[in-house]
Design a protein around this ligand. Structure first.
Ligand code: G3I
Length: 392
């Protein structure tokens, strides 16, 4: 009996390898449902990482800049704009027919100190207006959607007491959207945040969107980042979030999707970039590759998420992964530096993981996809059995 199962498993694995190699791309699998994107680093969009650039062109139809359009990179000093990296990012997107996203205009993090120094309301509004009009204006008609304000809420749904709020007041959010809309009336405009699956925080974003709408502010969508883990949030919370936000008449972008497979460091679900904890081997258990059992949990988790996204047609406009391969992920260094995480669909060599196969299978099957049976422990550098190499 065991030999039969082994032969069947090998056949299945061989089938899945062949299937992965001939698999249509992620963007084609969800064509007509929602865009599929990835956050890009400079090596990818400037072409120095040619293999990952090829992976992006093959699988995605939308791009988000992981860092190069953040204030500290674009305007590190007053009036001194550094557009060379972001120009390359936009050129890459246009050359490859991408729906190009701009990330992000107003955020409490990665904003140079000078922005807030010696500023009162009118001075800070002028600095914000100049930055937004200059940056959005430069890419008018080319960048199709902007994360205008990022992470303005606390976990309880109240406004974060950032320097933006302290100096300008609560209406800094409205002003940011107003300036962005003035700079490019055709661009989609988004509010972007994490942990919106938490009912209290979701209530805060619902109130914020209603306030913007009541003030006649143009807002296209809410970005729910979905920096999540294998357990949180329950899929019901994902459905609740998509339902409630959809009822506001805005679209929803799954804007920064990744699934942390490592032991949690704290119980809170916040993806606040400011968190960091000391290294501990117990928090970094998979330095020799991800066990098949965890590969399967990751695959199942992604299938449940994409099944949920498809239950909200016309609401979910885009699903963007926060990175291309596991090697690129910010989660290798947050909230503990120097860990080996496995949060995405492509492994460190750019090969599709079991999670990719399962997500692609979801599109073909009405029932839940086959159970991945690969029993080998993937080691960094291995070409995992059961995941073919994409033909760029
Ligand atoms: O480019 C410098 C490099 O020259 C230097 O040698 C190196 C070491 O100091 O730092 C490099 O800059 C780092 C940058 O990533 C590029 O790798 C910054 O220190 C580091 O803070 C920055 O982290 C980014 C993080 O935002 C912090 O803002 C992550 O890449 C990025 O994935 C992450 O993305 C955020 C979203 O923008 C908003 N939502 C949460 C998400 C995750 O935190």
């Amino acid at each position: 009996m065991k030999s039969f199962i082994r032969i069947f498993a090998c056949l299945l694995t061989a089938t899945s390898v062949a299937a992965a190699q001939s698999e249509p791309a992620l963007k084609n699998a969800f064509k007509g449902k929602f865009l599929v994107g990835a956050a890009l680093n400079e090596a990818q969009f400037s072409g120095t990482n040619a293999s990952e650039a090829a992976l992006v062109k093959k699988n995605f139809n939308s791009t988000t800049p992981e860092n190069v359009l953040k204030w500290e990179y674009v305007e590190p000093q007053p009036g001194q704009f550094n557009f060379a990296p972001s120009d390359r990012y936009v050129d890459f997107g246009e050359t490859n027919g991408m729906f190009i996203i701009g990330h992000t205009l107003v955020w409490h993090s990665q904003t140079p100190d000078w922005v807030f120094q010696n500023a009162d309301r009118s001075i800070l509004l002028e600095r914000m207006s100049n930055h937004i009009h200059t940056v959005v204006g430069r890419y008018r008609g080319r960048i199709k959607g902007w994360d205008v304000v990022n992470e303005a809420l606390n976990e309880d749904g109240t406004l974060r007491n950032s320097p933006w709020r302290k100096i300008i007041g609560d209406d800094y959010i409205e002003k940011a959207f107003q300036f962005a809309h003035e700079a490019d009336p055709q661009a989609e405009l988004y509010y972007n945040d994490y942990s919106l699956e938490n009912p209290a925080k979701r209530a805060g974003v619902v109130a914020l969107v209603k306030k913007l709408q009541a003030a006649g502010i143009f807002i296209t969508a809410v970005g729910t980042q979905e920096h999540i883990n294998l357990k949180w949030p329950a899929i019901q919370l994902v459905d609740d979030t998509l339902t409630e936000l959809g009822q506001l008449g805005v679209k929803v972008n799954i804007s920064e999707l990744d699934i942390d497979v490592l032991p949690r460091v704290s119980n809170d679900t916040s993806a606040d970039v400011g968190k960091n904890f000391a290294a501990d081997p117990a928090l970094n258990p998979y330095t020799n590759g991800l066990p098949d059992s965890v590969q399967q949990m990751l695959a199942q988790r992604y299938v449940e998420l994409f099944a949920a996204y498809q239950r909200h047609p016309g609401v979910v406009a885009r699903v963007t992964f926060w990175g291309v391969t596991d090697a690129d992920s910010w989660l290798n260094n947050w909230p503990v530096a120097g860990r080996m995480n496995y949060p995405l669909l492509f492994d460190r060599r750019g090969n599709p993981k079991p999670a990719y196969l399962s997500v692609m299978n979801l599109c073909k099957q009405k029932t839940s996809p086959f159970k991945y049976t690969n029993h080998s422990v993937q080691k960094p550098g291995d070409t995992p059995v059961g995941s073919g190499t994409l033909n760029p």
